[in-house]
Design a protein around this ligand. Structure first.
Ligand code: TYM
Length: 343
């Protein structure tokens, strides 16, 4: 049986990249068969790798939990909790820090991007961030991890850490970790720059559609989204397998991004999306995309806003989730300690 784990940072500005790239898939997986458990975690320990305002962090933690439930994750089927409530995550992370090699962490592109030029001033936590991710997954011996494309390298590292642990202690304890990266929008790009990933931390509000945006804001942001000067491409832009050709992605990243978002929102193939708008102007595509996003995102945002006012309910979901997660991870941690030789 498969066990699922994934996490989202409570850093605010949850956007359609987080939704189409990850949260929507969390909901889908929850319905699959052959799954023993699904753990969906609000990863608050990860957020403090850069300073967070304490009051804001509390608020964003509830908001992220609300986004899970509003998107369709059922707290009765899935374990929803926040990471700092379950001590095994930090404890196992230390053990895995002793397994992971410095050279492996040095290759992490996200650390390089986030630390920027001032690497010496970045926190040790930011550097060791992917080890904590490995610990999140392995605390539950989960094997499948639904994420957006940007987390692939971190999951490869988590897999390497698990394999090295098994190898060093001559056990078959941890399972093989596999990323689940699927859907039409595994990497949603910024609406201002098709070469840049849509991100919670982008200074420009116009770069992303937030889950809490209202109708007018969604329409306005799509209207202002960057485009090129040509009309929408035809079917010759697609490979035989239905994906956009690489040269099209390079030459027309904004057009490809808008079409990919449409595919994700409407659950249609790229062929269908391209056929609908081939030869038309961007204004037509933008109108169709706005309507589509409004019909898919506004109900989630409305539900989130309603739920955020019910702190008692959200806290009770997180409390129940943390109790189950604590119990499950403790069992594994005891076995791990035994393997290592701790009395
Ligand atoms: P975070 O909080 O940055 O993002 C949450 C999820 O959203 C996906 N995502 C995107 N998908 C498509 N297009 C985008 N523009 C986009 N931006 C974000 C991310 O890939 C992610 O799946 N390190 C993780 C959280 C984490 C985690 C874990 C994930 C901590 N521990 C263990 C899996 C397993 C992160 O920062 O996600």
């Amino acid at each position: 049986m498969d066990s699922i784990f994934s996490g989202v940072q409570p850093t605010g500005n949850l956007h359609i990249g987080n939704y189409f790239g990850a949260i929507k898939n969390f909901v889908e997986i929850q319905r699959r068969e052959n799954i023993s458990k699904t753990y969906y975690c609000v990863v608050d320990l990860h957020t403090i790798t850069v300073w967070q305002d304490p009051e804001q962090l509390k608020k964003e933690t509830l908001e992220t939990a609300a986004s899970f439930i509003a998107a369709g994750i059922d707290p009765k089927k899935s374990i929803i909790f926040n990471q700092s409530r379950v001590s095994s995550h930090a404890e196992l992370a230390w053990i895995l820090n002793c397994i992971c090699r410095i050279g492996w962490l040095n290759r992490m592109t996200q650390f390089k991007e986030k630390a920027g030029k001032n690497k010496e001033k970045a926190s040790v936590g930011l550097y060791a961030y992917p080890v904590l991710m490995a610990s999140d997954i392995l605390s539950y011996k989960s094997n499948l991890v639904p994420v957006g494309d940007d987390q692939k390298q971190h999951l490869e590292l988590a897999r390497d850490i698990a394999n090295k642990f098994n190898h060093d202690y001559k056990v078959e304890f941890f399972p093989e970790i596999k990323p689940l990266i699927f859907g039409s929008a595994t990497r949603v790009m910024s609406l201002r720059d098709g070469q840049k990933k849509m991100s919670k931390s982008d200074e420009s509000e116009f770069s992303r559609i937030n889950l809490l945006d209202d109708k007018d804001t969604i329409r306005n942001k799509i209207k202002k989204a960057k485009t090129d000067s040509e009309s929408i491409m035809g079917l010759e832009a697609l490979e035989d397998n239905g994906e956009f050709k690489t040269d099209i992605v390079v030459q027309r990243p904004e057009a490809v991004n808008l079409l990919n978002i449409l595919c994700a929102a409407e659950n249609i193939s790229k062929k269908e999306a391209v056929s609908m708008f081939s030869g038309k102007n961007f204004s037509d595509l933008k109108e169709g995309l706005s309507d589509s996003l409004i019909s898919k995102i506004i109900p989630i945002g409305t539900e989130m806003k309603k739920m955020i006012t019910d702190k008692k309910y959200l806290s009770s979901v997180l409390n129940t989730g943390a109790e189950v997660a604590e119990e499950d991870s403790k069992k594994n941690l005891l076995e791990i300690k035994n393997i290592i030789g701790f009395n």
